[in-house]
Each structure stands twice: as structure tokens, then as C-alpha cells.
Design a protein around this ligand. Structure first.
Ligand SMILES: O=P(O)(O)OC[C@@H](O)[C@@H](O)c1c[nH]c2ccccc12
Length: 399
């Protein structure tokens, strides 16, 4: 293997990693982290890519560096530092999603036989967990095919980043209504196929023409029938609305990948990412010129995210990604009281997400305090998704 293990910090407790993702060695201990995979068999000491935030010197907090060989994800670093497993870290922040199956994948092939050893540790408890476990394997494979060094080169040739946040603010000011992030989404696990004749470029152009400030392009293939080709195609077709890459990001590598495909913004979901990941990934976004839309669904997630410096854009999802239940009063609940005050003080832009179908819904979330809305189903299902925008807002927002 072309690899080198860099010295571990002193006083490390040894913890076993239960799940071995592709690229990891079996029974790797926390002592071995951080690990740098190097190209060409050369051994080289790389700087630590992420350091723990230092409470006393916020400026030095989370010094993110990356080289063209490897990025250590902050969760790996925190596992390494604390000797705790990732799930332990997540649990402490109220995150119930387990990022990997504890007992490994359920299927075991022995010779011609396949034993399916299903147990509580390898059966996803809900759809979000299922998506994340699948994503973990998918990303590991993609990373092997395209290491960061290769991606970094591609980013140099990527089209320039557009100002996603600026476009939302300008539209909000101009129309006096929440800016629209219109979603290019073919299907979802909760609703099935939303539109059979799905032409992402044509839909994107219609959205733009009818007043969308920005677009959201689903890239998850397995559960949403989206793709990075769709993102690239919309960008290449000259659509001017800034683009959000709608993906389940669990690894910093995916942010670089999104940028290489022309994204202007990415999604970070607080239900699956611990604070340290959100901080670290936000820093990477800043370095790449992207904005992060940080999505929350519960009060606890909102409080966590408000405690993180540098967050400019928060999305409140009205849909519980674990159960699919939708309740638009969630946006109001999360913006009430002290949380709303902090948002106003910090000048954070808020997006109301999911389950918005009528002008009354738009008025409801606007009164609750949002500056933008993220809408998929109610537009994409219309014969003419452009007219869908007029119906949704109760007026033409394109001029
Ligand atoms: O189709 P709707 O109900 O208008 O929802 C759009 C968008 O909010 C939803 O697709 C979404 C919000 N957060 C997500 C995270 C991943 C996948 C999808 C989503």
C-alpha cells in the first residue's frame, strides 16, 4: 500500500474501530490516526489537517489546512484525540444517527454460501441512517477513484463561484418576499418519483425565468435519482442562478467534489454532523469560496449551530428526515424567543425548507422570520414548474 502512518499524539487510549470502511485497515486503533495516504509510495510528514478548537484563542481555532494528498476528517481527528468512538461523540451532541453499521455490513460470503447475519448493529433504524451508511461506502469508492490531488487540479478549471447568499439577500430585498431556492428533484424516498419527464436543464431554466434566486440540485442517485451530471449540466448550460449541491455530506472530500462540478453552495445537515465537522467543513467552504447551508430540524440542533462561529446561512427543515413527517410550524417554533434574537443579532439568513405548497404557507414562514424558502415537490409536480412559482407565491416574482 502506498501509505505512511504519521506519529500519534502521546497518551492515546486505544479504541477499536468497529466498522472498516474501504481504505481503512482492519482493527486499526485510534493510535494510528491521523493517517495520511500518500501517492507514489513516498513517506512524507504532512501537517495535521484539523486541530481541535482552542477555547482560549478563537482565532487559532480549527486551523484547517489541506494538502493535495489527503484531508483528515475532523471526526477521525476527534476519535483519535479523545479515544472515543464516532458514535460516542455523536451521542453526546444528541445525534441519534449512527454513521456506520456497528457490526459491519450484514452480508457475509463464505465460499458459495452467503450468510446474512442481520442484527441490531447492522440494521439501519431509519431512512436517514440507511442513506448515510450507503453514502459512506459510496464516498469511500469515489475517493479511491479520484484522490484529493486529482480533484484539486480539477477545481482549478471549475467555473467561478457565484454569490449564493448575495443572490438570496438581493431577491428578498427586491421582491419583499422570501427568496426562492427552487429544487431540481426527480424523486424522493418519501414521495417516490415526482416527475417522469425530467429534464434538469430545462427545469432549471424555467425556474430561473420565473424568478428563482437560486437553485438546489439533488445529486444523490440511490434515493433521490439525482446526479452530479445534473449539477454539471445545469452549470454548463449557462444558468445564472447560483447552485446548491444537495447532497448528504459526511466527508470533506465531497465538498471539493461539489466545487469541481460547479456548485456555489453545499448542504451540511446538523442531524448527521457533529459540531466539529460543521466547523471544519465551514472553514473548507470559506477556503473554496462556497457558502454552507446548515440544516437543522430540532431546537437542540438550532442551539448547537447558533453556537458555531461563522455560520451565515441556516435552513430549517420542516421534514423530519428520519420519519418523513412534515410540519411547517417547525420553522416558527425554531425561530421563537432567544434563538430568533441571536439569529437577528448575528445577521444570519434563514431558509424555510420543505412542505411549502400555497401562498399561505409562504406567508406563514415569512411571518415566522425566514428570508428564503427551499421548495421542491410543489413546483416540480406541476406541468409547468414555472407557473408553479406564480401559484406558490400568489404573484409573479420574476420582475
Ligand atoms: O420537496 P419539498 O417538500 O418542497 O422539500 C424540498 C427540500 O426542502 C427537501 O428536498 C430537503 C430538505 N433537506 C433535505 C436534505 C436532503 C434531501 C432533501 C432535502
Amino acid at each position: 500500500m502506498n501509505g505512511a502512518i504519521i506519529a500519534a499524539a502521546p497518551n492515546i487510549r486505544v479504541a477499536q474501530l468497529f466498522f472498516v470502511a474501504p481504505g481503512y485497515r482492519k482493527n486499526m486503533s485510534s493510535k494510528d490516526l491521523p493517517m495520511r495516504i500518500l501517492e507514489g509510495g513516498r513517506k512524507r510528514v504532512a501537517p495535521l489537517c484539523c486541530t481541535r478548537p482552542d477555547e482560549e484563542s478563537p482565532d487559532a481555532a480549527l486551523a484547517v489546512t489541506y494538502n493535495k494528498y489527503h484531508i483528515a476528517n475532523s471526526v477521525e481527528v476527534s476519535e483519535w484525540e479523545s479515544g472515543k468512538s464516532l458514535d460516542n461523540i455523536l451521542e453526546n451532541q444528541g445525534i441519534t444517527i449512527r454513521r456506520r453499521p456497528l457490526t459491519g455490513p450484514p452480508a457475509h460470503a463464505v465460499g458459495p454460501f452467503e450468510f446474512r447475519l442481520e442484527n441490531a448493529g447492522n440494521t439501519p433504524r431509519n431512512i436517514l441512517e440507511k442513506i448515510i451508511w450507503n453514502k459512506d461506502v459510496e464516498v469511500a469508492q469515489l475517493k479511491e477513484r479520484k484522490p484529493l490531488g486529482m480533484l484539486a487540479k480539477e477545481i482549478q478549471n471549475a467555473p467561478p463561484v457565484r454569490d449564493f447568499l448575495g443572490a438570496l439577500k438581493a431577491s428578498f430585498q427586491q421582491t419583499g418576499m422570501p427568496a426562492l431556492i427552487a429544487e431540481v428533484k426527480k424523486a424522493s424516498p418519501s414521495r417516490g418519483v415526482l416527475r417522469e419527464d425530467f429534464d434538469p436543464v430545462q427545469i432549471a431554466q424555467t425556474y430561473q425565468k420565473n424568478g428563482a434566486a437560486c437553485l438546489s440540485i439533488l445529486t444523490d442517485e440511490k434515493y433521490f435519482q439525482g446526479s452530479f451530471e445534473n449539477l454539471e449540466a445545469v452549470r454548463r448550460a449557462g444558468v445564472e442562478c447560483p447552485l446548491l449541491c444537495k447532497e448528504f455530506i459526511i466527508d470533506a472530500w465531497q465538498i471539493f467534489y461539489a466545487r469541481s462540478k460547479g456548485a456555489d453552495a453545499i448542504l451540511l445537515i446538523a442531524a448527521i454532523l457533529p459540531d466539529l465537522d460543521i466547523k471544519y467543513m465551514t472553514k473548507i467552504c470559506q477556503k473554496l469560496g462556497l457558502v454552507a447551508l446548515v440544516e437543522v430540524h430540532t431546537e437542540r440542533e438550532m442551539v448547537r449551530v447558533l453556537g458555531i462561529d461563522g455560520i451565515q446561512l441556516i435552513g430549517i427543515n420542516n421534514r423530519d428526515l428520519g420519519t418523513f413527517e412534515v410540519d411547517i410550524s417547525n420553522t416558527k417554533k425554531l425561530l421563537e424567543g432567544e434563538r430568533g434574537q441571536i439569529i437577528r443579532q448575528k445577521g444570519i439568513t434563514v431558509v424555510g425548507e420543505s412542505g411549502l405548497f400555497t401562498p399561505d404557507d409562504i406567508a406563514f414562514v415569512q411571518n415566522a422570520g425566514v428570508h428564503a424558502v427551499l421548495v421542491g415537490e410543489s413546483l416540480i409536480k406541476q406541468d409547468d414548474p414555472g407557473k408553479g412559482i406564480v401559484q406558490l407565491f400568489g404573484r409573479d416574482i420574476s420582475s
